[in-house]
Design a protein around this ligand. Structure first.
Ligand code: SAM
Length: 216
């Protein structure tokens, strides 16, 4: 359904993807980005306004959906950032090894089809002292919520073009070659809980974990 994918889905993400609890976390974590930054799956550009233009010298904005890029281009005009759009999937990042200081992924690792390939690609393009900033939804710790996540995953997958509710994102980040540096986790809404369990924090390529999870 190309019309749904290129027109309806971008508008859905734009309208529903940034309620206050999510925006507050974006406001906290996106300003951690510095130097040359790659954001994968930029969507409609909800993070753009939260980057600090004094710290970010260049933003590679990767997004395979042209409808999303159209919306994100509007957000770009609201910032002083030097943005270059890359219209490719996150499994094929067209940057040289060690090209970026920071990678940002918000609600993309929970959507991207070959997530491990994408995480390994992120590790490849990061400098050895670079960092991944993530904010992702996925598998809740409560068995009752997990059962609803399994039941509803097909519907969310359809409506949100590939979104998974049952991925254990921190486990995938570790399997892809990162150590979690700092992380918080919790439900972003009281109801419905199944699409709202999230983790946010930073991960470092191939280092030992430095801190533990702090549930909020
Ligand atoms: C739920 S939206 C999140 C958008 C945005 N990051 C945000 O925080 O609002 C998921 C995004 O991942 C993008 N996406 C899907 N498959 C992808 C892929 N293979 N590589 C990169 N991005 C992808 C979608 O087009 C969409 O923009």
């Amino acid at each position: 359904m190309p019309f749904y994918r290129d027109h309806i889905y971008p508008s859905l993400v734009h309208l529903l993807g940034n309620p206050a609890p999510i925006r507050r976390i974006r406001e906290r974590i996106v300003p951690w980005a510095h130097g040359t930054v790659l954001e994968i799956g930029i969507g409609s550009g909800a993070n753009f306004v939260h980057y600090d233009p004094a710290k970010v010298s260049k933003l590679y904005a990767l997004e395979p959906n042209p409808g999303m890029i159209r919306l994100a281009d509007r957000q770009r005009r609201r910032t002083a950032l030097d943005v270059e759009f890359l219209d490719l999937p996150g499994e094929r990042i067209p940057l040289a090894p060690g090209a970026v200081d920071t990678v940002v992924s918000t609600f993309t690792l929970c959507t991207i089809p070959d997530v491990l390939e994408a995480i390994r690609g992120i590790a490849r393009v990061l400098k050895p002292d670079g960092k991944l900033i993530f904010f992702e939804v996925g598998l809740a710790p409560d068995p009752r919520v997990q059962r609803w996540q399994v039941r509803l995953e097909g519907l969310y997958h359809l409506l949100f073009q590939g979104l998974y509710l049952t991925r254990d994102i921190p486990a995938l980040i570790r399997r892809g070659g990162f150590g979690v540096q700092q992380m918080e986790a919790g439900y972003l809404a009281e109801f419905p809980k199944s699409p709202s369990y999230a983790w946010w924090g930073t991960a470092l390529p191939q280092v030992r974990e430095e801190a533990s999870t702090t549930p909020s």
